[in-house]
Design a protein around this ligand. Structure first.
Ligand code: ADP
Length: 633
């Protein structure tokens, strides 16, 4: 057959070859999953055909009962999984069984090369299940005919770099995948073994999965063959839900939360939704697509229905099945259907409600969820005015007074505000760890005032939208005046005891620093924010916060650099000494250098690049030289 003149050879995409190599040499014990993947693909293929037949009924007419068949042949040591679904054209064979879907390739190659390549989790995450057959087979034949097309094809490969495609007259609609089993995979010729695997992994599949009898006389159906989400909740065991999750979500791991919902009455729909226990790799892709599948009256319609769920719930996986939407609806007009908006609103309420319960009943478990998806859910605080209040209740934050990794709600924060404190303080930056070291929060720490540590880009957007909580406005500690004078430092705080610089000397120093820095800064002033550091930078009230400016710049957005306010700590020894020097003979060069060094130092602490690194180095060494000479003298 392979000597056929019509046979063409192809090379697998490099990533696929790598993956196949991994599969072939895999010592992974759970090889059984190859069957789950084949059945899952067969079921998807039948779903696609059913959808196509909505507009072109002839596609289904000649063989209307969709099913999956498994045939074991001990003589030829083969197992064949056959479906009568949509099948593949020649071009689709090359694309689907020779490459990896584009969206995942980059992330996929990354995890392959990072050596985290556990085959089973790769399969789960990246939808490369077909290739798992090479864990058990040393040769594979795929005979297929695309529904509505006249020609069929045979795809053949031994999984080592190349595959061939040959015309195949005998091919029937759908796909028949024959695995020539490896010597160490004889167990899959045993009918009992197959029964057990199908019941374990594929019971939830909504099509009959049949095992052909040895005599070819009859067949037995191995699964319950009813859509899992339509069954009463008591029948949806954790095990079944988990297997369905693997099938529908293409995710390794287990669902963190399972939501089964059946709306009856004015609107009828069922949903089986999952929150994963880990981040899907495409969570932060710019499209922000959700992956929940929409069915209408058990017929799969699309997994790309934007209006079904808001983007801030895009980490959810699962299915929604509506009895009210028209079956002949096109994917395009679906978007504007008012019923869809109602379903969406019902789903959102339910998901938020269930998350709220988890937050109340299982605090540490909820922290894990928040760590994975908090940054996504917060987008809703910005976008979804209808559910904003409920989402704010779900939000958790790390705080200055809390332990690293501990999460607190805004109500917690407000409940622990100090007497006289009128605002909810926050600081934005790259990570909570880095933020804890910021100079701007020193004065807050000394006063026992808690500060929310915000490190998600989205924080810059929801904060101004939400504005306040429990009547307390949000206030950035790196912006505007600190207004800390009303609140005394905690007892025993040493910073308060340090001697302040005399006001007249301080005024002169400030005037001199202003003069030296010119229009590099917006202003120079004293600070109540600082206890340990000599200086820090602050954004003027109404100016864009410093972290946001950096963030926008890192995204190549057009943003004009804003001038900042340099704040000096009047209780810091360096400031005191400098202020004392002002007006003394021979000190002007040192003071000029010091003014620039203070500014550069503040920029460095902010994570800003130096404007002139050479000038910085020259000034620093000049100042040091003078200091050493003074000592030696
Ligand atoms: P996934 O199913 O996650 O997309 P796979 O590697 O399992 O990834 O399959 C790759 C593609 O091959 C599928 O997306 C589908 O387009 C095609 N395919 C696999 N099996 C079949 C089948 N039985 N019938 C039709 N197409 C199939």
């Amino acid at each position: 057959m392979s000597a056929d003149a019509a046979t063409e050879s192809f090379t697998f995409q490099a990533e696929v070859s790598k993956l196949l190599d991994l599969m072939i040499h895999s010592l992974y014990r759970e090889k059984d999953i190859f069957l789950r993947e084949l059945i899952s693909n067969a079921s998807d293929a039948c779903d696609k055909l059913r959808y196509a037949a909505l507009t072109e009924s002839t596609l289904l007419a000649d063989d209307p009962d969709l099913k999956v068949m498994i045939e074991l042949n001990k003589g030829s040591r083969t197992i064949t999984v056959t479906d009568n679904g949509i099948g593949m054209s020649r071009a689709e064979l090359i694309e689907n069984l020779g490459t990896i879907a584009r969206s995942g390739t980059e992330a996929f190659v990354k995890s392959l090369t990072e050596g985290k390549a556990d085959p089973v989790s790769l399969i789960g995450q990246f939808g490369v299940g077909f290739y798992s057959i090479f864990m058990v087979a040393d040769r594979v034949d795929v005979v297929t005919r695309r529904a509505g097309e006249a020609e069929g094809w045979r795809w053949q490969s031994d999984g080592t770099g190349t595959f061939t495609i040959t015309p195949e007259e005998e091919a029937r609609r759908g796909a028949a995948i024959t695995l020539h089993l490896r010597d160490d995979a004889s167990e899959y010729l045993d009918a009992d073994r197959i029964r057990q695997i199908v019941r374990t992994y594929s019971d939830h599949i909504a099509l009959p999965i049949k095992l052909m009898g040895e005599s070819k006389a009859g067949s037995e159906t191995l699964n319950s063959a009813a859509a899992l989400w339509t069954r009463p909740r008591s029948e949806i065991t954790d095990e079944k839900a988990k297997e369905f999750y693997h099938h529908v979500a293409h995710m390794a791991g287990d669902p963190w939360l399972t939501i089964h919902l059946r709306a009856e009455g004015r609107m009828e729909y069922a949903a089986l939704l999952f929150v994963p226990d880990r981040r899907p790799f495409d969570l932060f892709e710019p499209q922000r697509r959700h992956r929940v599948k929409l069915y209408v009256k058990r017929v799969f319609i699309t997994d790309d229905c934007e209006g079904l769920l808001p983007r801030y719930l895009r980490f959810m996986r699962g299915v929604v099945d509506s009895s009210d939407l028209p079956l002949n609806i096109s994917r395009e007009t679906l978007q504007n259907n008012p019923l869809l908006a109602k379903i969406r609103s019902g789903l959102v309420k339910r998901v938020i409600g269930d998350l709220d319960k988890k937050a109340a009943d299982a605090t540490s478990d909820y922290a894990a969820f928040w760590g994975n998806f908090g940054a996504v859910l917060k987008e809703g605080m910005y976008e979804d005015s209808e559910n904003r209040a409920a989402l704010i209740k779900l939000a958790r934050f790390q705080t200055l007074n809390g332990k690293p990794g501990e999460w607190h709600s805004l109500d917690d924060y407000v409940g622990r505000m100090r007497e006289g404190q009128t605002a909810i303080y926050y600081i934005t930056g790259d990570s909570p760890e880095a933020l804890r070291k910021s100079p701007q929060i020193e004065g807050f720490r000394a006063r026992g005032l808690d500060v929310l540590l915000m490190s998600d880009a989205i924080d810059h957007f929801w904060l101004p939208t939400v504005g306040e909580h429990s009547g307390k406005p949000f206030r950035s500690v790196t912006q505007g005046s600190a207004d800390l004078d009303a609140i005394p430092p905690l007892d025993g705080d040493k910073a308060g005891e340090a001697e302040a610089t005399p006001q007249n000397e301080l005024d002169k120093l400030i005037a001199l620093v202003k003069l030296s820095l010119g229009d590099q800064v917006k202003d120079v002033r004293t600070s109540a924010r600082l206890t340990d550091s000599a200086v820090c930078l602050i954004a003027d009230a109404g100016d864009i916060d410093m972290h946001l400016e950096r963030l926008l710049r890192s995204q190549q957005r057009d943003v004009t650099a804003q001038k900042r306010i340099l704040e000096l700590n009047p209780r810091h020894k360096l400031i005191r000494s400098l202020a004392h020097l002002v007006g003394q003979a021979g000190a002007s060069q040192t003071l000029e250098d010091a003014a620039h060094l203070l500014f550069d130092q503040a920029r460095l602490m902010e994570g800003e690049p130096l404007e002139d690194a050479n000038a910085f180095a020259r000034r620093l060494s000049d100042v040091l030289v003078r200091a050493f000479e003074a000592r030696a003298a």
